[in-house]
Design a protein around this ligand. Sequence first.
Ligand SMILES: [Zn+2]
Length: 308
Amino acid sequence: MKTMNRFHRRSLLTGAAGLLAGGFVEWLGLRGDFDHRDSVPRPRDARARYLKSIDALAAGDDAIVHVGHSTHLLSLGGARVLTDPWFYDPAHGGMRHTRGPAVRAEDAGPLDLIAITHEHPDHLDPMALDRLDKRALCVLPSATLAARVRALGFDQVEHLAPYRSLEHAGVRVTAVPALHDVHEVGYVLEHDAARVYFAGDTAVHGDLQVIAERFTPTAAILPVDGTRLRGDRRWVMDPAEAADAARVLGAALVMPSHADARFTDPVLRLWAEVIDGAAGDFAARVAQLPGVRCAVPAPGERVKLNPA
Ligand SMILES: [Zn+2]
């Protein structure tokens, strides 16, 4: 009984410390200099690579073009879907990125759908959304976030609870559960034989098996950088967890995301932990899985979903 009490007390203390630390990191990240200067060093050739990829999409191949961080342009049956738009640093919690985005938000091109997993500003950035194609339908995880995006001038905005679907521009979008320090959903995006699971920014969770059985994804985009506050639990998969998720999901193609962010604030650097070389580590682990192809595209690079 004594042991149980001690354990219980320790859990409570750890939880409270985690909440306090989380709040402090948010405050650090969102204070003064969160001015959205377009300060991300865009690789010289990334824009040209992106524009070439976009041209190639006109041929009608289903493909994923990596923009940067968790932002990807999916082409499914000719429909264009953008995931979790991030285009500016400093991003959430004083984050800066070592790669991407491939282009400026205003150069992302025509869009049919924008799928947003959660409210963190490296996934939902009002300034980036304001510069994207507002003819697109935005899909969000809650009515509150939907209202926020509608206020930016998007006419078509929907929110989906886990396992609810909608169809738009020939793409079936289903929200699926995710586990993060704020409310989040992932998405499965389907057109014909292509079934892409975009996990967002999630920790490992029990519904991965359900997603595998219900949707048999053909491709999965998984977060790998293992971001956490020291002493707190991990809210983003690390490379080993993401590789295990890839094994459970059984998709023939997997792609790491959320792998190029670094904290620059000295306090945050001490406190928040991000795994260096996470994408390479993930790729090496996935190489051990039979029949699974791992793509680690550069910003602007296109990965075909149905290679000939
Ligand atoms: Zn997040």
